[in-house]
Design a protein around this ligand. Structure first.
Ligand code: ACO
Length: 433
């Protein structure tokens, strides 16, 4: 669909030459200067380290207004979706652009259900990892491995072939995630149960053991659904840009998403949810003195940052953090859990929100600040937190990969300003002292 208008030109003056840059305006009024011809016309490129001002694509999928704290999937506000929508509906919405009809979602559920099993040979891979292997490393390797088990498709392939791999990926990711956890604690794998819903099946594979009856708690299942919905897409963040970057070389879906998983793992991105919990524990073990940690975060000589605070795009409350904070209280109350880490988190948040350092830099809690506390209350170990983020983000990665593929753009290939030595002569080892 991509609703854009060109609205006049911006003028650039460079070395006394004037260049016209077309102005592109998105459907929500965002304005971009189209510099795609600038180098050909002027020999100059733009420099934007960290891409804070660079639009890498035009996209119909997700809208964020970071100043106002707005997040919408295909036009639907996250506040409406978080509590009401089923995660699989959101997968469909993101990937295919509209909320599914009853018939579409019925068929989609069936198609996912028949792909939940892993190839038995893939199970053997888990034996090769050390017992303390981080599940994100396993997840990335396993998703990449899917491309060796299934036919991967090229540029002009039929939609139904692409659909098949999309179903495989969405269906198998929870199985891989749960198996990597079971491997890490030395328990037998629990196979998928196709009578269960997507969330119930995952919880069952995570927490059931063959020797005992396990009933999935509806409270946990509802909380998991909401967490997955809240994480489902976030436009051109680090991992999604990675998926699009890798996919732009026409790498297959599994390979592109595996790259996204590794990008997500970093502590400045999805890995922050694990780091938040580690930070809260550290504060608790240090006597609960959260003011000390706020002071450390402000100290320019210290490399310490308040994990779960700040965002490249949100300069207001991250709407997902707002929803999670509310649901954190509800989930803990329903589960009857009194978690001192939640009190530390709330105190930390309050102190930071009233502090000039954080106010002037517009640093607010992000999605990772509260998600870890809910995951912990649900019984997930800390190093599974980022895996849960990846499960949630999967439909966004797929939707963005599919959109990029359909837009048929060029391979993504940024330029650089070279700052190294100018040409010099090679000196053989004997002449180097
Ligand atoms: N604690 C203390 N100070 C901070 C924090 C923080 N969490 N975040 C930013 N700042 C300060 C910086 O020191 C900098 O101060 P200065 O202007 O005096 O130098 C200013 O705020 C701007 O920070 P940048 O690093 O330039 O902001 P950027 O947009 O590059 O980074 C990021 C955003 C990575 C999220 C950053 O805020 C951060 O490191 N947060 C902690 C990690 C985290 O929670 N990551 C999850 C992000 S959400 C997600 O990916 C799902």
């Amino acid at each position: 669909m991509t609703t854009t208008t060109t609205s006049g030109v911006a003028k650039l003056l460079l070395n006394d030459e004037e260049y016209d840059l077309p102005v592109v305006v998105g459907s929500e009024g965002e304005t971009g200067l189209d510099i795609s011809k600038l180098r050909a016309q002027s020999g100059a490129i733009t420099l934007d380290q960290g891409y804070g001002n660079t639009g890498s694509c035009m996209s119909d999928i997700t809208f964020i207004d970071g100043e106002k704290g707005i997040l919408r999937y295909r036009g639907y506000p996250i506040d409406d979706l978080a509590d009401k929508a089923d995660f699989l509906e959101i997968c469909w919405l993101l990937i295919y652009g509209e909320l599914p009809t009853k018939a579409q979602i019925g068929e989609f559920r069936r198609d996912l259900t028949v792909h939940t099993l892993l190839h038995e040979d893939m199970k053997k891979f888990f034996e090769g990892y050390p017992p303390n292997a981080h599940p994100m490393g396993i997840l990335a390797a396993m998703v990449s491995s899917l491309s060796t088990f299934y036919e991967v498709f090229g540029k002009g392939d039929a939609e139904e072939d692409v659909y098949l791999n999309i179903c495989r990926l969405i269906a198998k990711l929870p199985t891989i995630a749960a198996f990597s956890y079971k491997k890490s604690i030395g328990q037998p794998f629990i196979y998928p149960d196709n009578d269960l819903t997507y969330c119930d099946n995952f919880l069952n594979m995570m927490f059931a053991v063959p020797s005992e009856r396990y009933r999935v708690s509806p409270v946990l299942s509802h909380a998991l659904n909401m967490l997955l919905v809240l994480h489902a897409d976030h436009e051109q963040n680090c991992s999604t840009s990675t998926v699009r970057m890798v996919g732009s070389s026409q790498a297959n879906l599994f390979a592109s998403v595996a790259a996204g998983i590794t990008a997500l793992w970093g502590p400045l991105h999805g890995g922050a949810n694990q780091k938040v919990l580690e930070m809260l524990r550290r504060i608790r073990d240090d006597g609960g003195n959260y003011q000390k940690y706020v002071a450390m975060a402000k100290d320019k000589k210290s490399s310490f940052r308040l994990m779960g605070f700040g965002h490249r795009v949100y300069k207001n409350f991250d709407p997902r953090a707002r929803l999670l904070k509310k649901s954190c209280d509800a989930v803990l109350a329903e589960l009857g859990i009194d978690d001192p880490l939640l009190d530390i988190a709330k105190n930390l948040e309050q102190v930071a929100l009233e502090d000039e350092f954080f106010i002037s830099r517009k640093l607010y809690p992000n999605v990772d600040f509260y998600s870890g506390i809910i995951y912990r209350a649900m019984g997930f170990p800390v190093d599974m937190f980022t895996v849960l983020f990846a499960m949630g983000r999967l439909p966004g990665w797929i939707a963005q990969w599919k959109e990029m593929r359909e837009q048929g753009g060029r391979i993504n290939r940024p330029r650089q300003i070279y700052t190294g030595p100018q040409e010099r002569k090679y000196v053989a080892i004997g002449g180097r002292g």
